[in-house]
Design a protein around this ligand. Structure first.
Ligand SMILES: NC(=O)c1ccc[n+]([C@@H]2O[C@H](COP(=O)([O-])OP(=O)(O)OC[C@H]3O[C@@H](n4cnc5c(N)ncnc54)[C@H](O)[C@@H]3O)[C@@H](O)[C@H]2O)c1
Length: 440
């Protein structure tokens, strides 16, 4: 029997930054989605029509839930009634910065009991979306699925990998418009994957294997990581020569070919760029090859917070102050502009380094009112953003712009602050600043 276009109901596992928007997209395309997560708070939130992700409107969730298209649950047995299962769980780094695919494997174990073909003989499709090293899908995940279920991938169920390219907060592209790369364990697996995603997305790009698809995602993020390291290095070099690297990048960007702008910063942040390169490095070591270029990029990027602290120290020296006992305001806590996501934000590293030197630190972020619980920085939990007013800003010895949110009034900052260390070129358009500004 032909399985073509037999998708009516799918399961999405892991309802975070990737899984929730993906669920919404499939619902909007006319499919029913069961969202599965181990976090009961997220399940409650969705089922009561409330969003927990800033750029997703509660009204969007509410209308899908009340129409019965989107249901959130912790019950994996729901998979029985679905034709496909999309896995969007975390792939972090372990203690020694090694890949931790335990969430993927755990999910594999949880879904395996429900993978038997439907009564009409239609085989279920399992797609891994989480970022990971080549081999995860057709070796690690397949092993778990097969050994737990007693079924065979490619024969009893279909298996594929298709990486998410979500960029939270972006408005010029959507889940629908971003082309989706996908590779199957067999050509039939790939075919089923193409059929599913073509129902919801404008464009799919099939590749020859799950490993190629996994390597594609890592390559995209390593490309960013290496290029950011390059401009971070150029920033330090040009600063010594009295040249503003931002002006250089803007000028170089006028070349209509052969140059793509990347921008320096206080260090890498977010769920992807600081983490994904290690997935390839680890796998490469296992294969007996070295990734010197990628590791060098990691080193340069990781040294940026120290470089910024050095500039802070120089700036305070200029007014005969030291970091010790100075009141420093970190401006921007999220890892990038205009979002509330603080994962791996370099602002935390800056707070840690400056506090170690004896500074008294506060932060202002219009999108992050209170610091969430973060394993690495337990002492910062529940610390609140200061208010944005002249008296408060004037009370600091120095303001360190770590993330440049559009919401901040940089004209006011330029007039209220005494010293600004600017890691994001946020002050470039400010004409009437009385503060002394140091690029970093
Ligand atoms: N956030 C991004 O911008 C982005 C972009 C592209 C790719 N990715 C990749 O997508 C994957 C997911 O990232 P994210 O940002 O959505 O993570 P997230 O932390 O926002 O969401 C993951 C969700 O999975 C749930 N979960 C954990 N273990 C589970 C289990 N065993 N069963 C069911 N649910 C479980 C968590 O409760 C959480 O809700 C990662 O591999 C990430 O690298 C993320």
């Amino acid at each position: 029997m032909s399985e073509k276009n037999s998708y009516k109901k799918i399961a999405v596992i892991g309802l975070g930054y990737v899984g929730l928007p993906l669920s919404i997209r499939f619902c909007e395309s006319g499919l029913d989605v069961i969202g599965l997560d181990v976090d009961p708070e997220k399940i409650d939130s969705i089922n009561t029509g409330k969003s927990y992700i800033k750029h997703i409107d509660s009204s969007q969730i509410e209308s899908l839930v009340s129409a019965g298209n989107l249901i959130a649950s912790t019950q994996f047995a729901e998979i029985r009634s679905c034709e496909a299962v999309l896995i969007c769980v975390p792939t972090p780094l372990g203690k020694h910065r090694e890949p931790d695919i335990s969430y993927v494997l755990e999910t594999g174990k949880s879904i395996a009991p429900y993978l038997k073909a439907g009564e009409d003989g239609s085989k279920k499709l399992v797609v891994l979306e989480s970022t990971t090293f080549p081999g995860t899908t057709d070796e690690d995940l397949r092993n778990i699925l097969e050994s737990t279920s007693g079924l065979k991938a490619g024969e009893d169920f279909h298996l594929a990998y298709s990486p998410e390219r979500e960029d939270p907060g972006r408005t010029d592209h959507s889940v629908k418009s971003i082309p989706k790369v996908m590779g199957g364990f067999t050509s039939q697996c790939l075919q089923r994957c193409i059929e599913l995603y073509s129902l919801a997305l404008d464009k799919v790009h099939p590749v020859s294997s799950t490993k190629v698809a996994e390597a594609t995602k890592l390559t995209e993020n390593i490309f960013r990581c290496v290029n950011i390291a390059l401009v971070n290095e150029l920033k330090v070099v040009y600063e010594k020569m009295g040249i503003n690297v931002w002006e250089v990048i803007e000028a170089a960007s006028t070349k209509p070919f052969g140059f793509m702008p990347f921008y320096p910063g206080p260090g890498l942040g977010g769920h992807c760029i600081p983490i994904d390169p290690f997935y390839l490095t680890w796998k490469a070591h296992e294969a007996g090859v070295k990734t010197r270029f990628i590791e060098l990029a990691g080193e340069v990027n990781q040294s940026m917070p120290e470089y910024v602290v050095h500039i802070v120290s120089k700036a305070l020296n200029g007014v005969e102050k030291s970091i010790r006992s100075s009141r420093i305001l970190i401006l921007g806590l999220a890892y990038k502009s205009n979002v509330d996501d603080t994962r791996e934000s370099p602002s935390f590293k800056l707070i840690e380094l400056l506090a170690e030197e004896g500074a008294k630190i506060d932060f202002f972020d219009p999108h992050v009112n209170t610091i969430p619980k973060i394993r690495k920085y337990p002492k910062l939990w529940k610390k609140k953003s200061v208010e944005w007013d002249e008296e408060t800003i004037r009370s600091f010895d120095l303001v360190l712009v770590s993330t440049a949110h559009d919401f901040v009034n940089y004209q006011e900052l330029g007039q209220w602050a005494e010293i600004i260390v600017d890691t994001r070129n946020a002050m470039s358009e400010v004409t009437s600043a009385t503060a002394k500004i140091y690029p970093a």
